[in-house]
Design a protein around this ligand. Structure first.
Ligand code: ADP
Ligand code: MG
Length: 249
């Protein structure tokens, strides 16, 4: 999955400038950077929740030119390949946990209810929530709700899952239980793109780090190089120092 020379403007404000990024399959790409730098806009563009005004998007045999109209067929095909997980879970409030997990597979993928339930129960076990199939979303902690949202994304069997600050709304202990699930998925070579402010997690999980500022890609490479004390980019060194509070004394 890759985007090339992408530009995106909201009103008169350009928020992405000629962004070209490759998201290798079977790897975890982590996008970091200050608020407002364009991280969510990139993630949302990968799922076509936003459509940039120019640039290309290549994903397997799908080749989109953002300057041209994107057909519904292309949109659906791309959305099948990418599952989105949001900061605030966005679970269906009037469905049980299992109801949330089988909705897409039965309605969109036309799976039988029995097949969808079987997969759903396996995925709940995988995220540590085997006992929670009958629960309502309101009964869950934030960490549990986010793990259900991850299971729900996986239930659609997408090629990539896209996670936008998946733990930003969570207390630290609840954050940890979500990060463990994501780390496990990374070990299983699930293709992922994760936006996060958690630098400890980014360093652990990333095969590749992207640093954005003001809509420009300032770094695109290996986490070892990104986090190296001698990273030649002073802005990035300062960003890491402030995010890890290493100068708090
Ligand atoms: P990040 O996720 O890195 O915080 P975003 O991609 O959400 O950044 O936003 C990048 C810039 O685009 C910000 O200046 C934000 O205010 C602006 N922006 C994002 N979405 C919209 C929108 N729907 N309408 C207008 N401006 C937007
Ligand atoms: Mg954002």
């Amino acid at each position: 999955m890759k985007i090339s020379n992408v530009n995106k403007t909201f009103g008169t404000k350009q928020v992405l400038f000629n962004v070209s990024l490759d998201f290798p399959a079977a790897q975890t790409t982590v996008i970091v950077g200050p608020s407002g730098s364009g991280k969510s806009t990139i993630l949302r563009s990968l799922n076509l929740l936003e459509v940039p005004e120019s640039g290309r998007y290549d994903f397997d045999d799908l080749h989109l030119d953002f300057a041209k109209k994107i057909s519904n067929r292309q949109k659906l095909a791309l959305r099948k390949k990418t599952g989105m997980v949001f900061q605030n879970y966005n679970l269906f409030p009037n469905k049980t946990v299992l109801g949330n997990l089988i909705e897409g597979p039965t309605q969109v993928l036309k799976q039988s209810r029995a097949a969808a339930l079987k997969t759903a129960n396996e995925l709940l076990a995988k995220v540590g929530l085997a006992q929670y199939g009958g629960a309502n979303p309101q009964e869950l902690s934030g960490g549990q709700a986010q793990r259900v949202a991850i299971a729900r994304a996986l239930a659609m069997n997408p090629e990539y899952i896209l996670l936008d600050e998946p733990t930003s709304a969570l207390d630290p202990e609840l954050e940890l239980e979500v990060l463990k699930v994501l780390l496990q998925l990374a070990r299983e070579k699930q293709s992922m793109v994760i936006v996060t402010h958690n630098m400890i997690f980014a360093r652990r999980v990333a095969d590749k780090i992207v640093f954005l500022e003001n809509g420009h890609v300032l770094f695109d490479g290996a986490p070892q190089r990104f986090f190296a004390p001698n990273n030649p980019n002073e802005r990035i060194r300062n960003f890491i120092a402030s995010m890890t509070m290493e100068n708090l004394n």
